[in-house]
Design a protein around this ligand. Structure first.
Ligand code: GDG
Length: 483
């Protein structure tokens, strides 16, 4: 009867994420509609959601607006409102200017503000309440990412019947860094409300377990954490890695389309058919190592190890978090570096860097992947990096070289890539030259191995593995008390 007061329907499976998988669109005549924003998460969860009578809870992308729940493409959507102030403090502030830099090894300095934290708590509570209202008895609730780390605990307190999962899409840092967070106990305790806490890499899960031991002294063994459940009982929490992936078959299908292949040829031509096209695709973010990439390329051109007639770098830097100051500064720095590089090395016929500060449709991204001989992924820290997997999935011709930073989650799996430490500029330069000059046989040997890996571990497998672990979890064992 609790539920009927608030919503007309309850769900057996709920996904909670900061952002809904739909965008609100307003036409020139004021007409409005919802459009899917086809991310990997939607592709992964769509079949699961349909099969399980699922609902998706999240923010619509429009501040200061209240929307009623609705159906979109067979999925129930439950919008959570955010005010413009909350957007600034909870999202741009605490999520993107405190947690994001902290969890990415303080590549940029994190800002700690008590008002941001208060907004984070408030908004997390709103998401948790929405989930508590919409969940059926014993429902599975799967909470996504660092914006919502307090939701598992808040949910468990009001709805102990639920099976609660959490997946962290970004790294979890070593304790020496994590411990800077003034609210380090609250955040870890928030996560421990879940039955299963998923991370990208084994190292992230290890860092989390260590934080649990240091902050709470709970016993951990392997991927199991014993937490006190009250009255002398122990509740087992699983913390382990579930490396996320992509819809590999979907990407390959786009890559096999004749129009997309024609577009790839057109891209090469428009760049003057250079011998080698190198490609970078990143949100314009300081974690992605774009500056390091440009520096290495600059020096290679300067020292004559690469020639602008032979090699062009295409850098897609999709606009990101443009209201956060660090991101504005980064954009200026990158664009200054690109401008200098082109000024110094471009000729009238050959551009050193084709820099694109745009977002593109997926087909265009795939055409770029097909056009690129060398894919540069030089992130300084990255939870997984899906771009690396997308490049591999698209190369059904078993050609192309993936140069991949060791600081990405993807590097745990994609061992046949040319692995680099992007901080080591000399090493990066050598790896770029090695990639450019790699013989065809070697390229296809590596690419075949990479493709096997990405095909076998696609995103459907990721969600299935997580959900299997989750539904098998939630074990209460007697005997271990609160230390
Ligand atoms: C976070 C973690 C983790 C980019 N520009 C365009 C475009 N993209 C697409 C890519 C890719 C996605 O955005 C970016 O995913 P990444 O994994 O590379 O990086 P983050 O955005 O930082 O994602 C990351 C991920 O979450 C999943 O858990 O792997 O480590 O940081 O799919 O293709 N797509 C289109 N146009 C663009 O201009 N269509």
């Amino acid at each position: 009867e609790r539920d009927e007061l608030y919503v007309d329907h309850v769900y057996d499976m709920i996904v909670v994420s900061n952002r809904l998988p739909v965008d609100y669109q307003e036409g020139p005549g004021g007409e409005t509609h919802w459009k899917s924003s086809p991310g990997g998460l939607v592709t992964a969860l769509e079949p699961v959601m349909r099969a399980a009578d699922g609902a998706w809870i999240g923010w619509t992308g429009v501040a200061d607006r209240d929307f009623d729940p609705f159906e979109h493409d067979g999925i129930s959507i439950i919008p959570v409102p955010l005010s413009a102030d909350e957007l600034e403090e909870y999202y741009e502030g605490f999520s993107n200017d405190t947690l994001w830099p902290l969890y990415h090894d303080v590549i940029a300095p994190p800002s700690f503000h008590r008002e941001w934290w208060e907004a984070y708590v408030r908004v997390n509570r709103r998401f948790a309440e929405a989930a508590a209202r919409a969940a059926s008895d014993g429902a599975v609730v799967w909470v996504q990412d660092y914006q919502l780390q307090l939701v598992p605990r808040m949910l468990r307190e009001t709805r102990p019947d639920l099976v609660i999962g959490f997946f962290n899409h970004i790294p979890f840092p070593a304790y020496g860094i994590y411990s800077q967070l003034p609210w380090r106990r609250q955040v870890v305790d928030g996560l421990l409300g879940a039955d299963v806490i998923g991370f990208q890499r084994a190292a992230d899960a290890g860092n989390f377990s260590r934080a649990v031991r240091r902050l709470f002294g709970y016993k951990t063994h392997g991927t199991i954490i014993d937490t006190p459940a009250g009255n002398g009982e122990t509740r087992r929490v699983v913390a382990r890695h579930f490396p996320i992936s992509i819809d590999a078959a979907g990407f390959e299908a786009i890559a096999r389309r004749p129009d997309v292949q024609a577009r790839a040829r057109e891209i090469r031509e428009s760049l003057g058919n250079p011998e080698t096209i190198m490609l970078g695709v990143d949100r314009l973010d300081y974690t992605k190592g774009i500056r390091h990439r440009l520096k290495a390329f600059n020096e290679l051109l300067r020292d004559g190890r690469l020639k602008v007639e032979d090699v062009t770098l295409v850098q897609v830097a999709s606009p990101s978090r443009e209201r956060v100051e660090t991101y504005r500064q980064l954009r200026d720095e990158i664009e200054l570096a690109v401008g200098r590089l082109n000024g110094d090395f471009s000729t009238l016929g050959h551009q050193a860097v084709a820099y694109l500060h745009h977002g593109y449709p997926r087909e265009e991204m795939v055409a770029l992947y097909l056009a690129a001989d060398v894919m540069l992924v030089t992130a300084l820290r990255d939870g997984m990096n899906l771009v690396a997997k997308e490049y591999v999935a698209c190369r059904f011709d078993a050609d192309g070289v993936l140069l991949l930073s060791e600081f990405t989650g993807a590097s745990d799996e994609l061992r046949q890539a040319v692995l680099v430490n992007p901080h080591d500029i000399e090493g990066l330069k050598d790896a770029i030259v090695e990639s450019v000059q790699m013989p065809k046989r070697e390229r296809s040997r590596r690419m075949r191995a990479l493709r096997r890996r990405v095909r076998e571990n696609d995103v459907a497998k990721w969600s299935a593995t997580f959900l299997e672990t989750l539904t098998g979890a939630g074990i209460i064992a007697p005997g271990v008390s609160d230390p």
